[in-house]
Design a protein around this ligand. Structure first.
Ligand code: FE
Length: 190
């Protein structure tokens, strides 16, 4: 077994202290983790994307006010007090980062992936987004504009990916299944 990291030691120390002081129970912690791992997750975001693809009024609403669009679904989980949805087009590719730490719209995308918190992703996404995207397997034509959005405690971003071609007869439910977490962070295409 490998040595626990500094961060996990710190988290464990904090957890024991909060339990000892009676501010939290182990059950609270387990419930929170289970909630995000099992009940909330990128499926919430995927449902919004699929709806936006089939319902143009909803798409416009989501782009105008992401927070209001989320409210329609009534997802639990928070962290989207202010959600901004940015739309990929044939000319523009959006990607999301938190350069400061790891701000992320939990209620729509679940828990952030490990690499999202990686200092290399956080700094390089701003400096050389095209190179970072290529490492994720996204090779964009040079004429496509890349826009990088820096999430913060106040504003969280989510990408509305391009709807893949050739799915004209797919139902909203089927479309939901093809939307990936990474496509909504902007490091993958569908
Ligand atoms: Fe952050």
């Amino acid at each position: 077994m490998s040595e626990p990291s500094q961060a996990s030691l710190r988290a464990e120390a904090l957890e024991s202290l909060l339990i000892e002081k009676g501010l939290l129970t182990e059950e609270d912690i387990d419930n929170t983790v289970a909630t995000y791992n099992e009940r909330i997750g990128p499926m919430n975001g995927a449902r919004m994307v699929a709806k936006a693809w089939v319902d143009d009024a909803f798409r416009q609403k989501m782009l105008a006010d992401g927070t209001a669009a989320v409210a329609e679904f009534g997802f639990e989980g928070g962290e989207v007090q202010k959600l901004v949805v940015v739309e990929n087009t044939s000319q523009v590719h959006n990607m999301v980062v938190c350069t400061l730490c790891s701000c992320y719209p939990w209620a729509v995308l679940g828990l952030p992936p490990r690499w999202y918190k990686d200092p290399a992703y956080r700094s390089r996404s701003v400096r050389e987004p095209r190179a970072v995207l290529a490492e994720f397997g996204v090779d964009l034509a040079p004429e496509i504009d890349i826009r990088v959005w820096d999430s913060s405690a106040e504003v969280r971003y989510m990408v509305l990916p391009l709807r893949p071609e050739g799915l004209d007869n797919a139902t909203e439910e089927e479309l939901t299944q093809i939307v990936t977490r990474d496509s909504m962070i902007g490091v993958a295409r569908l």
